[in-house]
Design a protein around this ligand. Structure first.
Ligand code: HCR
Length: 382
């Protein structure tokens, strides 16, 4: 029944919230949502989903050929989707509205070196508040792999669902043994938030996303939900195709399955991805050791309020943070200064996006980029 999962006292606020979503297109982050749908986690924590299977990230470097590495990148990418898009349903019962990060908010974490896979580090910074934009840098220096990207969202409403277009992209770089580098441009899928009328939202991925390697190998990933070609939710089909003009010596390969469970190689029948086993959450330093700008310290009281259903405290503390931010912006305007980013530099064009995007005629032909300043924490005690 519509509204089934909504607590009785919040049914009318939920209906109002849904109606306001239908009217506001673009940025959902500032809409006030009923308490039952609030998450105590800030959006700056989300880039950690990219590396919750750090072994798969590390083994990209073990690929012997461009094709082998492109397949490993695709396997790692598909294996991140379950965490990125279904983990709130698992931990909190449904998709929730994350805390809207403040400008300059930081999130640091790492995955320890285990069995020789190397230490993997994570640096995240909220680089814009309106619209919300999150930049991140993930690195496994001993394996010579880095992932850099930024993420914003444009939302619209269609057929009772929220459609989220992800704005931004990620680039992955692998240092090869001969001193050369291989780059990958990763585009991001479109989301459909379903189940809104029942008060238990969940994500389905739609349309296509791409991973273009500088070696020419291209992965095209098509997403489908229930009722389409496999009849199962969270389905995908990915084609890995050789560089254009490389002749018949290479054969394209295809993979099919569900990104939240398993998938297989269509030709051989061998398992391609399997995310039914445990994942490894990012390790984060204790809240007491964090600076005021670090996400879990900054939102500590708000998150505690949400977790303990003390929504009065949560709202008061959230208001305090937002007022402080407004005052900061006013002070900057008076002083004629602007906020300086700590870990990233904003550039209007991304040469890597342009170069790799051209190979498969990606539109738009360029996008902006947040370049990492290489000044993250030392992660010495990791
Ligand atoms: C759309 C979303 C905020 C953005 C979240 C993103 C796209 C962020 C980047 C990550 O890599 C992947 C990711 C996963 C999330 O599924 C997605 C969020 C889902 C909901 C949230 C909305 C702003 C909240 C809408 C409120 C709903 C739940 C009623």
């Amino acid at each position: 029944q519509p509204g089934d999962a909504v607590p009785a006292s919040q049914k009318s606020t939920w209906t109002q919230f849904i109606k306001s979503i239908a009217n506001v297109s673009g940025d959902l982050s500032s809409l006030t949502a009923p308490p039952f749908i609030l998450s105590p986690v800030s959006l700056t924590e989300f880039p950690a989903y990219w590396c919750e299977r750090p072994d798969l990230f590390a083994t990209i470097a073990e690929g012997k050929t461009p094709e082998d590495r492109a397949r490993r990148v695709l396997k790692w990418f598909i294996s991140t989707l379950k965490g990125q898009y279904t983990s709130r349903n698992e931990t909190m019962g449904s998709e929730k509205k994350p805390l809207n990060p403040v400008l300059g908010e930081l999130f640091y974490g790492h995955w320890p070196d285990r069995d020789g896979r190397g230490l993997t580090t994570l640096v995240v910074e909220q680089v814009s508040h309106h619209p919300p934009i999150t930049a991140y840098h993930i690195a496994n220096p001993s394996r010579g792999i880095t992932l850099q990207g930024h993420n914003a969202q444009k939302t619209s409403f269609s057929g009772g669902n929220i459609i989220v277009k992800q704005v931004g992209h990620a680039t992955l770089t692998v240092s090869l043994r001969d001193g050369k580098k291989e780059d990958y441009l990763i585009t991001l899928p479109r989301l459909r938030i379903e189940g809104l009328w029942y008060g238990s939202p969940y994500i389905e991925l739609t349309e296509s996303s791409y991973i273009q390697s500088s070696s020419g190998w291209l992965s095209t990933i098509k997403y489908q939900g229930k009722g389409y070609f496999s009849g199962k939710s969270h389905s995908f089909k990915a084609d890995l195709t050789p560089p254009i003009g490389s002749g018949s010596s290479y054969r394209a390969s295809s993979f099919e399955g569900q990104w939240n469970t398993t998938s297989k190689n269509l030709r051989t029948g061998a398992v391609f991805t399997d995310v039914t086993g445990p994942k490894e959450e990012v390790t984060v330093g204790p809240v007491d050791d964090q600076t005021e700008w670090e996400s879990r310290r900054l939102w500590h009281k708000v998150a505690k309020g949400i977790r303990e259903s003390d929504f009065e405290t949560a709202a008061r503390e959230k208001g305090r943070i937002e007022n402080e931010q407004r005052q900061r912006r006013r002070d900057e305007a008076t002083a004629g200064t602007t906020w300086e980013l700590k870990h990233f530099t904003h550039e209007d064009d991304d040469p890597l996006y342009e170069r790799l995007g051209r190979l498969f005629k990606l539109v738009p032909p360029t996008e902006d980029v947040y370049v990492f300043k290489n000044n993250g924490p030392t992660f010495e005690d990791a």
